[in-house]
Design a protein around this ligand. Structure first.
Ligand SMILES: Nc1ncnc2c1ncn2[C@@H]1O[C@H](COP(=O)(O)OP(=O)(O)OP(=O)(O)O)[C@@H](O)[C@H]1O
Ligand SMILES: [Mg+2]
Length: 261
C-alpha cells in the first residue's frame, strides 16, 4: 500500500532573524483530512512556522510543499488563492465593522478577482452581492455567531472574536486552515466547546486543520498527529499518547530545555 501524499509537507524549514535561528531544519507532514497539532514552549517558533507557510516571511532554507507543489516564498495572496487560510494569535479583525462585514469582505474580494468588478452597479452585481451576504451569514451561523451579525466586531468577547476569525478564514474557501492558538483566553468549558466546533468545521467544510495550542486537553482530544517543536526544531511527533509518553517532551515541558544540551 502506498501512503497518500500529505496535503502539506515541510522539509528542512529554516528561518533566521539576524542572529536568531527561529526555525531550524524543521520537517513535518499534515495528512489530508487530519487535525494536526503543533505544540511547544513559548518562543519555540510555532507562529514563525505559520508565517513561513502563509508567505509572511520567506524561508532562509527548506521547502514547503502544498498538494505536492512548492509554495515557500510565494506572496500571501497567492497562498490564499492556492487554498491556505489562517487565523492570528493576536486577533486581526476589522474592529469597527460588523461581524457580517468581516466575513463578507473576503467573499467580495474573491468575487472581484473573477467578474464582479466589470459588472459593478449592475443588477447582476447586486444579485451577486446579495448571494454573498447570504453566504457570509451562513458562515456566521456555522460558527454559532448569527445572532452577532450586525454587531461591531470589537464589541464581542475575545472567545467570540476568535470564532469570527475562523469564519472569516473559511470565507476564502481553504483546503487547509491554520489556527494559531484558537482557544487562547478561553475557560475550560469554552475550550471544550471550541474543540467540538473545530471538529465540526473540518467535517462541514471538508478542510484539513493545522493548529497551534497551549491547551493540552484540546490538542490531546482532537489532534493527530501531534508535532512538538522546541528551539525551532522538531522534538517529537506521533499520536497524542506517543507524544505524551515521550521523555524529551516531558523534559521540555518541565523546563529542562533543549535535547542534548
Ligand atoms: N519578525 C521577527 N523578528 C525577530 N525575531 C522574531 C521575529 N518573529 C519571531 N521572532 C523570534 O523567533 C522566535 C520564535 O517566535 P515565535 O513567535 O514563532 O514563537 P511561538 O512558538 O509562536 O511562541 P508563543 O507560544 O509565545 O506564541 C522568538 O525568539 C521570537 O522572538
Ligand atoms: Mg506564537
Amino acid at each position: 500500500m502506498t501512503t497518500p501524499t500529505p496535503l502539506l509537507s515541510v522539509r528542512g524549514l529554516t528561518r533566521d532573524f539576524g542572529g536568531i535561528r527561529a526555525v531550524d531544519s524543521f520537517s513535518f507532514d499534515v495528512p489530508e483530512g487530519s487535525i494536526t497539532g503543533i505544540i511547544g514552549p513559548n518562543g519555540a517558533g510555532k507562529t514563525t512556522v505559520f508565517n513561513l507557510i502563509t508567505g509572511v516571511y520567506r524561508p532562509t532554507a527548506g521547502d514547503i510543499l502544498f498538494k505536492g507543489e512548492p509554495i515557500g516564498g510565494h506572496r500571501p495572496d497567492r497562498i490564499v488563492r492556492a487554498g491556505i487560510a489562517r487565523t492570528f494569535q493576536n486577533i486581526r479583525l476589522f474592529n469597527r465593522r460588523s461581524c457580517l462585514e468581516n466575513v463578507l469582505t473576503p467573499l467580495l474580494q474573491r468575487e472581484k478577482s473573477n467578474f464582479f468588478a466589470a459588472l459593478a452597479g449592475t443588477p447582476s452585481a447586486r444579485r451577486t452581492e446579495r448571494s454573498l451576504r447570504e453566504k457570509a451569514f451562513d458562515l456566521l451561523t456555522s460558527l454559532g455567531l448569527d445572532a452577532f451579525a450586525p454587531l461591531q466586531a470589537n464589541t464581542l468577547p475575545y472567545g467570540l472574536q476568535r470564532k469570527l476569525e475562523i469564519a472569516r478564514a473559511l470565507a476564502t474557501n481553504p483546503s487547509l486552515l491554520l489556527l494559531d492558538e484558537p482557544a487562547a483566553g478561553m475557560n475550560p468549558e469554552e475550550t471544550r466547546s471550541l474543540a467540538r466546533l473545530i471538529a465540526e468545521v473540518r467535517e462541514k467544510f471538508n478542510v484539513t486543520i493545522l493548529l497551534i495550542e497551549h491547551h493540552m486537553d484540546l490538542v490531546m482530544n482532537i489532534c493527530s498527529p501531534v508535532i512538538v517543536i522546541n528551539f525551532g526544531a522538531l522534538l517529537a511527533e506521533g499520536t497524542p499518547d506517543e507524544v505524551r509518553a515521550n521523555p524529551d517532551v516531558v523534559a521540555a515541558y518541565l523546563g529542562k530545555g533543549r535535547k542534548g544540551k
